[in-house]
Design a protein around this ligand. Structure first.
Ligand SMILES: Cc1cc2nc3c(=O)[nH]c(=O)nc-3n(C[C@H](O)[C@H](O)[C@H](O)COP(=O)(O)OP(=O)(O)OC[C@H]3O[C@@H](n4cnc5c(N)ncnc54)[C@H](O)[C@@H]3O)c2cc1C
Length: 387
């Protein structure tokens, strides 16, 4: 590879393990196969679990790897970079996406669902979004109606990753006794094989292995032991998790971007048109120089938000802006990779079009980019405190 100066990312303490996993499990090739034939990568999930590569930032007593947030970030970056894909780094993050279960579930729930998740044995989804409530959960209509044996769930969740593959999902519902608005929402762990649950796949542009879709609940009974935390506090619990996720997702998108940048820099240094290498054309070299500096800047910014979170500081806005910046930089870099590789760049022979489609989700999933800006605006102009 041509020497693009090293990115400003600390070396992962388990870098060799990651590199070995990518080689031995053929993760780069598998990412392409999973795009062509979308399915949940069960074997790789299990293998990553066996190798201790799921739940990098999750405590070892819960089955995770117990790395610091910064080491997790460096490791996810490496995994995305080496596999040239968001797939396996996002798979690795699944336990962190379910930290509400680890923190608030009973010992029995943690033992039978969360620990197996870290081993790659059980997949847990998250179901927040509904047809009429995505960015703004105040519109959530999904209900958990109390009855003498616990609750009955009814309503429809939409757009959920692993809609058809998850063994269980963390489901957010309104218990009618509680106030309207975000304050009234309660989290439950719901095994997805209960009668009354109907799951439907809706194919996607990218990240097809997630097999997203809609899940309809028709009076599905669930005992109180499946409730996570107190009634009405579901969203309060999920917000800190969401902030960490956004900062880590930024590192995944930047890992993929870095890989494509290096490949494009090498290619334009060799490919000749009109008697000289493409790299001699400023219209080609300058955008790539900008990609390099933008990627380094976005990486430093994401690492800064990770450092703040590690120090226990408030970094909601920084983490949100990290995700937006990383997505934007990665999409531009991938677009340049497609463009400067010419006709092959646009084809499925090269990975860039798939990487672009995968990274494109970053502008919507875990909060659209506009809401990331909104988090920044709220930092600059905080909303007045209610008396
Ligand atoms: C790959 C992927 C995986 C996902 N996985 C899950 C999952 O596992 N579980 C789950 O529950 N959901 C999941 N989602 C759904 C995701 O969380 C929602 O799509 C997202 O929160 C936006 O909600 P919405 O689609 O209802 O869009 P809306 O809220 O209807 O917004 C539509 C668009 O309007 C704009 N917008 C919205 N609000 C504002 C505002 N205040 N100011 C300016 N512009 C605004 C944004 O461009 C936004 O994309 C996933 C989405 C994707 C793409």
């Amino acid at each position: 590879m041509m020497p693009v100066p090293d990115p400003p990312v600390p070396t992962s303490p388990i870098r060799d393990e990651v590199d070995r996993a990518v080689e031995e499990l053929r993760l780069a090739e598998r990412a392409a196969e999973l795009d062509r034939q979308p399915e949940f990568p069960k074997a790789e999930f299990r293998a990553l679990g066996e190798r201790g590569l799921l739940g990098l930032h999750t405590a070892t007593r819960l089955g995770g790897r117990g790395l610091s947030l910064l080491d997790s970030a460096a490791t996810l970056y490496r995994l995305a970079y080496r596999s040239g894909s968001t797939t396996f780094a996002k798979l690795s993050l699944q336990p962190e996406f379910s930290s509400v279960l680890a923190e608030l579930g009973s010992d029995a729930l943690v033992a039978s669902y969360f620990v197996p998740l870290c081993r790659g044995e059980r997949l847990i989804g998250n179901q927040v979004t509904e047809p009429a409530a995505g960015s703004d959960p105040r519109g959530m209509a999904f209900e958990a109606l109390r009855d003498d044996r616990g609750y009955r769930l009814r309503g429809t969740k939409s757009q959920a990753a692993f809609a058809v593959d998850a063994e269980a999902a963390i489901v957010y519902a309104r218990v009618p006794a509680h106030s309207a608005g975000p304050g009234g929402i309660t989290a439950f762990l719901v095994p997805q094989d209960r009668p009354g649950i109907d799951r439907r796949l809706v194919p996607d542009l990218g990240e097809r292995w997630m097999r997203r879709g809609a899940v309809r609940y028709e009076n599905v009974p669930i005992g109180p032991e499946f409730r996570l935390g107190e009634e009405g506090k579901g969203l309060e619990y999920v917000l800190p998790e969401l902030t960490r996720e956004r900062a880590l997702l930024a590192m995944i998108y930047l890992g993929v971007a870095r890989r494509s940048l290096e490949e494009t820099v090498e290619f334009v240094g060799q490919r000749e048109t009109f008697g000289r290498p493409l790299s001699q054309q400023q219209s080609v070299s300058f955008p790539l120089v900008e990609d390099w500096s933008d990627a380094d800047a976005a990486t430093l910014y994401a690492l800064r938000s990770i450092e703040k979170l590690s120090d226990g500081e408030e970094a909601t806005a920084e983490a949100a802006l990290s995700k937006w910046m990383a997505t934007d930089v990665a999409l531009t870099t991938l677009d340049h990779a497609i463009q400067f590789h010419g006709g092959r760049g646009y084809s499925t022979e090269l990975p860039f079009e798939r990487q672009w489609r995968d990274v494109r989700s970053g502008g919507i999933a875990h909060g659209p980019s506009e809401l990331m800006h909104r988090a920044g605006a709220r930092r600059l102009w905080p909303p007045p405190q209610k008396a």
